[in-house]
Design a protein around this ligand. Structure first.
Ligand code: GLP
Length: 248
């Protein structure tokens, strides 16, 4: 794992956007795996700004998102479909038909999980997967205890995740208790992974990521088995961790 240390959230967002832009320019028909949450919003803002200023095109790009809440329609302001349209897709030239997110509001969720997994694999897999990390080490919505062999599946969200995500909802009771997420093996099949980590609240997760053994109770530890992972982390997230980093 290569770790790039940056000053703060703003620098992390800039650096991550530069990283993604370079890949898109090199491979205009790249398949990106995308994440939601608070961490990547600044990255999306930078990508939009670059698209507007420099014309980087997403016309031939395909995207697959990591996860979606069960029970929310794509028109719901708290769904990840709404988030992606609002924070990114509506502001670039990507074809909406090339943007894929699991559907959280259909009857047969099991079937949707299998359909989504097949869709990714039949497309040829993900070239670059962008990830955030939960404070309990979750990636996507793969909570502690998830099998490293898991494919796209239904998850019951951990109380700590519901609590962490309540900030996006009017009331904590509105946070869905279940989600569909790419599995850990789905994520690990990506050719390359870019993990973004910012803020003091992620310091413990970052510490465990660096120092813990492979362990299904800390899902992100699986990344140690991936041949091509870059982590962009800010000072607040890696303070005092005593790990070898590249300073930018
Ligand atoms: C969320 C998402 C993850 C995200 C993580 C961290 O629940 N399902 O994909 O990476 O938790 O979120 P944040 O960036 O808001 O800290």
């Amino acid at each position: 794992m290569k770790i790039i240390e940056v000053k703060d959230y703003q620098h992390m967002s800039q650096k991550a956007a530069e990283y993604i832009i370079e890949k898109v320019l090199k491979h205009p028909s790249i398949t990106l795996g995308l994440a939601t949450g608070g961490t990547p919003t600044g990255t999306y803002r930078n990508l939009i700004e670059d698209h507007q200023k420099n014309g980087t095109s997403y016309q031939n790009v395909t995207t697959f998102n990591l996860d979606e809440y069960i029970g929310l329609a794509g028109t719901d302001i708290n769904s990840y479909r709404y988030y992606m349209d609002d924070n990114f897709f509506n502001h670039i030239d990507i074809k909406k038909s090339n943007t894929f997110i699991p559907q959280g509001n259909i009857k047969n969720i099991e079937e949707e999980c299998n359909r989504y997994e097949d869709l990714i694999m039949n497309h040829g897999g993900i070239d670059l997967q962008v990830l955030g990390i939960g404070s309990n080490g979750h990636i996507g919505f793969n909570e502690p205890g998830t099998s490293f062999q898991s494919k796209t599946h239904i998850v019951k969200l951990a109380p700590s995740t519901i609590e962490a995500n309540a900030r996006f909802f009017n009331r904590p009771e509105e946070v869905p208790t279940q989600a569909i997420t790419m599995g850990i093996s789905t994520i690990m099949k990506s050719k390359e992974i870019l993990l973004l980590v910012s803020g003091e609240s992620k310091r413990n997760a970052m510490y465990q990521l660096i120092h813990s053994e492979l362990n299904e109770n800390f899902p992100a530890s699986v990344l140690k088995n991936h041949p091509c992972v870059t982590i962009i982390a800010d000072e607040a997230a890696i303070l005092d961790l005593k790990i070898p980093v590249t300073k930018k």
